[in-house]
Design a protein around this ligand. Structure first.
Ligand SMILES: NC(=O)c1ccc[n+]([C@@H]2O[C@H](COP(=O)([O-])OP(=O)(O)OC[C@H]3O[C@@H](n4cnc5c(N)ncnc54)[C@H](OP(=O)(O)O)[C@@H]3O)[C@@H](O)[C@H]2O)c1
Length: 484
């Protein structure tokens, strides 16, 4: 595993909501993998806190089940699992009650990095912060990790920031956007700023447009109640897609460090032009022939919540004026695919005769599936018959290219939790960034609410509403295909 096994200092990590879905699927398996990779100190402690009627042994069984279910590629044998389970403890605690906090405090060691992961619903974030302070569980060196969603609009994000900042300094607050922990997303920065090749071309003079797609084939079934209050704009665009846009569009930071990177991302958000209704399409999947619709899944037959959104976004600065960024995300689409595609302009003059189906040079940064990078280039078709041109991909799938240097690509949560322990905030959102993102998103949502217009229907397992195709067609462009 490349540069992943540098051990961190020992730590006490408290997971509020340690018995929840996120802890079971991501946090506990991620910590276990880090231990197997030799990064977690032997004396690190993980304490889950929740209202469940569990003791240490009961929680260890919960964690064992989580590992069995979610870690298929473990390099640890039974003794490794036992070692991990021995680092776990459980504290029975209701966040709204005063009992339990002193006992939890008694579990924490002095002089050790302490981190508190808020893996609970957002309505509990402020209360945990207050209780941690009230019962004296934290020091200046403590960190808190806050899950998404961070607010549901600017006002609630400002209020939440204020609540957290009442108790903690900004350098102690780690707001998670797990997309930032993805290997490919960090590779986007490595590609841009670690090579001399791309950066000179990374501007409106050479880039025709950028497409950012996060498509899911599953619907919202099972999460309908939550999703119905959120929608694609709040659940995906305000955080994940905007973060991808920022990393693609930002100026080179002076160094790879938390504030330098976040300062540059913030400048991009502030340079985003307001989006007119003409440049945004929202949709809702509508099934027939036995296919379920969003309305069935959401549990609200009148719901106007969007399960799809596509936008044309202009970044109003010198680098990007005239080069649109098209964003789209949706559920129940043809395939599961997340990528950033940078589409370059055609050469200014062709010296070759004849036509071929030119789609141009495209640099595709794939987040899933098969994390990797593809650059499409024009070459001569092999064989005699004159100078005939065709386009081929120069493809690099990380898992293939790095071969046995990586046993697997670490999950985003693994990296992010270790960054918290190391005290590196580069891949976490700063408070002002989150507020600025809501500033841009709020008027779009307000426009939908005011108009009362229903989202456009689209076929399950399709490409989204027709109007989203038109968003590009009318500019003489087309979306990249969502492959099944
Ligand atoms: N699940 C995901 O894939 C995912 C992805 C991204 C972000 N998130 C975010 O992560 C957070 C957790 O999500 P989740 O899916 O894990 O939720 P969940 O499955 O509903 O789990 C919630 C956890 O909070 C605990 N809890 C609830 N009320 C409590 C209270 N008053 N005092 C103490 N503990 C309490 C629950 O345990 P008890 O009932 O035993 O108290 C449980 O452990 C949410 O903010 C969510 O938006 C989740």
């Amino acid at each position: 595993m490349v540069a992943q096994t540098i051990p961190v200092k020992t730590f006490d990590l408290v997971i509020f909501g340690g018995t929840g879905d996120l802890a079971r699927r991501k946090i506990l398996p991620g910590l276990f993998r880090r231990m197997c990779a030799g990064q977690m100190p032997a004396d690190a402690r993980i304490i889950a806190a929740a209202r469940s009627d569990l003791d240490d042994a009961g929680f260890r069984q919960f964690a064992r089940d989580a590992i069995t279910e979610h870690v298929k590629d473990s390099q640890c044998d039974e003794s490794g699992i036992e070692r991990f389970l021995a680092s776990l403890a459980f504290e029975h605690l209701d966040i709204f009650e005063d009992s339990g906090w002193k006992k939890l405090k008694g579990r924490l060691r002095e002089g050790v990095v302490s981190a508190f992961y808020f893996s609970v619903g957002p309505s509990l974030f402020g209360e945990i912060a207050r209780k941690l302070t009230k019962f004296g569980l934290t020091t200046d060196d403590s960190r808190i990790v806050v899950e998404k969603p961070f607010g549901r609009d600017k006002a609630s994000a400002v209020a939440l920031n204020a609540e957290l900042k009442n108790c903690f300094d900004e350098h102690q607050i780690y707001r998670i956007d797990h997309y930032l922990g993805k290997e490919t997303v960090q590779n986007l920065m490595a590609i841009r700023f670690g090579n001399a090749l791309f950066e000179p071309l990374w501007n409106a003079q050479h880039v025709d447009h950028v497409q950012i797609t996060v498509a899911e084939s599953i619907g919202v079934d099972g999460r309908g109640a939550y999703y119905n209050k959120s929608g694609a704009m709040r659940d995906m665009v305000q955080n994940h897609l905007m973060q991808l846009l920022c990393l693609t569009a930002m100026e080179p930071p002076s160094k790879y460090g938390a504030d330098s990177v976040r300062d540059e991302k913030l400048k991009v958000i502030k340079a985003l032009e307001p989006v007119s209704t003409l440049n945004v399409v929202r949709g809702q999947y509508l099934g027939d022939d036995g296919e379920a619709s969003y309305l069935d899944h959401s549990g609200d037959p009148q719901s106007r919540t969007e399960s799809f959104v596509a936008l044309k976004v202009n970044v109003a600065n010198w680098r990007w004026a005239g080069t649109p960024f098209y964003l789209r995300t949706g559920k129940r689409l043809r395939g599961r695919m997340s990528e950033i595609a940078v589409v370059f302009k055609d050469p200014p003059h062709s010296i070759f005769e004849g036509e071929f189906d030119r789609r141009g040079n495209v640099l595709v940064i794939r987040l899933q599936p098969d994390e990797g990078i593809t650059l499409r280039v024009t070459i001569k078709e092999p064989g005699p018959g004159g100078m005939r041109l065709t386009e081929v991909p120069l493809d690099m799938t990380f898992a293939e290219a790095l071969g046995d240097k990586i046993a697997y690509l670490p999950d985003a949560y693994e990296r992010l939790i270790m960054d918290v322990i190391r005290g590196d905030q580069t891949l976490f959102m700063r408070g002002d960034e989150v507020e600025a993102a809501w500033d841009w998103v709020d008027p779009i949502i307000a426009g939908w609410t005011e108009s009362g217009v229903r989202p456009l229907p689209y076929d399950p397992l399709g490409s989204g509403p027709e109007d989203s195709l038109m968003l590009l067609h009318r500019d003489g462009r087309r979306w990249r295909e969502i492959k099944p």
